[in-house]
Design a protein around this ligand. Structure first.
Ligand code: DCP
Ligand code: MG
Length: 269
């Protein structure tokens, strides 16, 4: 078997997950190259979250293998390196976290702490404050996480991700709950993270966001890869109708793609 090149952050080979004996995902092969911004699209229940959790090592695969091109060490040291290198943003952040916003964002620094003292350094505090500022959260930094709206919680989770940093970012529907201004803000943060040379794997139902951000789009259907390609190859009216079972209009211009389901077209007029 060939060794993964150091340029490959992730190589999944025959990856499958079958909880309780029921096939949810795979078996599928997927290679994520360093510096890619891979967007995974597909209907509810297609397995996007499951795939992201497998890629992040949060679920154990039932079949196949997952290799990390850049990880060093073995056992506990390897797990610690993975926690440092990997940013995982869940689709649903826990509702009842008895922490303030600032404390939660500071937790993002946890994998970087000295493993004996575990105390936060001046640098941890500085990075936390700058992540809070970037997501416009300084005014609510002392509020309890329990008191936040869905969109506010999502921005706090992204601030924690930003504070953590890492080579590979796995983001599960990072803009679902956000108002339009914050959607634009998050899209520009993700572009900046990508420009900095990081690798991102993002799931979303926002096809316009996928068109805007992706270097490659993977279409997932019933746990398998239906198709993949550059946004203009994959986000076509035919492909989207096959994937989602509803007709789409896709307008292409030099500025990019505009995509909407055709039922919504009637509603607009
Ligand atoms: N599933 C399961 N057991 C779990 C988690 C999920 O049986 N512990 C099932 C539910 C779905 C399928 O797996 O039928 C895929 O679930 P995902 O959460 O991976 O699906 P998506 O993320 O694609 O869906 P959504 O768009 O709703 O987030
Ligand atoms: Mg999901």
């Amino acid at each position: 078997m060939s060794q993964p090149s150091a340029a490959l952050p992730l190589v999944a080979d025959g990856l499958g997950w079958n909880p309780g004996g029921t096939r949810v995902l795979g078996p599928l092969d997927l290679t994520v190259q360093r510096g890619e911004l891979l967007v995974i699209v597909g209907p509810n229940g297609a397995g996007k979250t499951s795939l992201l959790r497998l890629l992040g090592g949060l679920l154990e695969p039932d079949t196949g293998t997952l290799r990390w091109g850049k990880l060093r060490g073995a056992g506990a040291e390897r797990r610690r390196n993975r926690a440092r290198q990997l940013v995982y943003l869940p689709q649903l952040s826990p509702l009842s976290i008895p922490l303030t916003v600032r404390e939660f964002v500071r937790l993002g620094r946890y994998p970087h702490r000295d493993r004996w003292t575990l105390s936060a350094t001046a640098q941890d505090h500085e990075i936390t404050e700058s992540a809070l500022a970037r997501l416009e959260l300084l005014e609510m930094a002392d509020r309890s996480m329990v008191s936040l709206s869905g969109g506010e919680r999502q921005r706090v989770s992204l601030a924690a991700a930003l504070a953590q940093g890492g080579a590979v970012w796995l983001l599960d529907e990072p803009t679902t709950y956000l108002d339009p201004r914050h959607q634009v803000e998050i899209a520009s943060i993700l572009q900046a993270v990508h420009r900095d040379g990081h690798t991102l794997v993002v799931t979303t139902h926002d096809l316009n966001l996928a068109a805007q951000l992706a270097t490659r789009v993977v279409a997932l259907e019933e746990g398998r890869i239906l198709a993949q390609g550059a946004p203009r190859e994959l986000l076509t009216e035919e492909q989207l109708e096959t994937l989602f079972g509803v007709a789409f209009t896709v307008e292409s211009s030099p500025q990019g793609l505009r995509i909407w389901p055709r039922a919504a077209e009637g509603a607009r007029s």
